[in-house]
Structure formats: structure tokens, C-alpha cells
Design a protein around this ligand. Sequence first.
Ligand code: NAP
Length: 232
Amino acid sequence: MQPDVKRALVFGGSGVVGSAVLGELARRGVHAVFTYRRGEDRAHVLARKLGHHPVQVDLADAAATTAMLDAQGAIDVVIHCAGISAGLGLTELDVAAWQEAMAVNVQSAFLACRWVAARGRRCDVVLVGGLDRTQSLPLPVHFAASQGALAALAMAAAHELGRLDIRVNAIALGPLEAGISTGLAARRRKDYETFSALRRPGKAAEVAKAIAWLALENTFIQGKVIAVNGGI
Ligand SMILES: NC(=O)c1ccc[n+]([C@@H]2O[C@H](COP(=O)([O-])OP(=O)(O)OC[C@H]3O[C@@H](n4cnc5c(N)ncnc54)[C@H](OP(=O)(O)O)[C@@H]3O)[C@@H](O)[C@H]2O)c1
């Protein structure tokens, strides 16, 4: 682990991936502040069990997200695991759903990167998403577009912030046993399993180890998307 990592900020800690990340951070002795929105009960269970600190915020609301960030003290690591999707086809997708996906999945990550940049201190930022920049996958359009933007955000922010010893990277997950991708049609989930080299969905606990490694131990990967997807 890098020296002096004491506190993490985890967006979407109440989610399947975020909860596993919180568990992994606790195991490694790192205290976290984590966000939730609707999952209040789950957030309080996690806080009691792991000793982390929950904060309720709507990440689609830029002002509320900025206020939440500005209320934080020293943070050494930011892990963005909040995300939404919906199994909508292009003709069913309205502007509100598009804007919400962009706000939760990307705008809040941009606000986090901007906040880290303004503080100008060493930090590791990991943006958890679902699309490697080179992949071609049958994803809902609004989700895919937000994930492409997330990956490009990591690349460009990494160039701008590297001189401050700030690393920004993304992780592109494949379908897991639980969480956001359970909204995919059963046939589509089966396709992913068939075409993944490991022939199975991932477990939140195993991807959390990769996320924690990138957040806590990486020193020279910068601006990249690391695929953690069983070989899709
Ligand atoms: N699970 C998978 O199979 C999979 C596959 C590929 C990529 N990923 C990526 O992994 C990340 C996490 O996914 P997940 O499976 O953990 O999803 P999840 O279990 O559905 O959790 C989503 C998280 O985002 C939070 N969230 C959603 N809308 C919010 C809003 N408006 N304001 C604040 N928080 C909000 C949720 O908070 P509340 O529940 O408290 O409202 C929850 O903490 C996403 O970026 C996703 O793209 C996951």
C-alpha cells in the first residue's frame, strides 16, 4: 500500500460493488466516507459493520454533490462506484433518462476529479464503469455513452493531474452475479457468460480486490481503463 493512505471517499458505497469495496478497504485498515442515496438501511448496516461513515447525496444534483465534496477533510483516495442503467432501447430512451445517466455516471465523477484537482494534493482516483474504450458491446445507449465519457474523462484528467502526483484510472467491469447488470435480459447475460473466457459472471468481492489494488497500491498506471471482466 502507498504510504500514508488514511481515508477514502467512495461514491455509491451502498451498491453491490461499492459495498464490496468498503469491505476490502476495512480489511486493509483504510477508513472511508461513502455515499448512498436510496439505500439508507444498507448504508447504516455497512457503517455499523465496517466502521465507515455514510453520507446521503443525490449524485444527479451537481450542487449537492459539490457541497458533499467541499465538506470532506483529508482524502487520499476517491473510488467512484455509483452508477445507473436501464434496459431501454434507443426509441424508448427519453432525454430525462439520458440526462440522469450522464449526471450520476459521469458528471459526479467529473465533479470529484475537479475537487481533487483544486486541492492539488497526492490522490488516487478510480472510476468504476463497464466499458473499455476498445470494446464493442450490446449495451443500452445512454449507459454506453456515459461509460465512454467516463473512460475519456480518466484519460484526460490523468494528463492534467499527473504532475500533482494524482493518478486517475478507470476499471471496466464485466457482468457480476449481482448489481447493475442483473437488469440485462437473461439471454444477454447468458451471451456474456458464453463469450467470456472464464465462462462465468464475476463476484463483487473479487473485483473489489482489483479496485482496491488500483486505488491503494498503483504507482505508475495513469489514465488507463483496466478491464476486470473474466476475459470478454
Ligand atoms: N454489477 C455489475 O454487473 C456491473 C457490471 C459492469 C459495470 N458495473 C459498474 O459498477 C458500478 C457499480 O455498479 P453496481 O453493480 O454496484 O450497481 P448497484 O448495486 O445498482 O449500485 C449503484 C450505486 O449507485 C448509487 N446511485 C445510483 N443513483 C444514484 C444517485 N442519483 N445519487 C446517488 N447515488 C446513486 C446507488 O445508491 P443507492 O442504492 O443508495 O440509491 C448505489 O450505491 C457502476 O458504475 C456500474 O457501471 C457493474
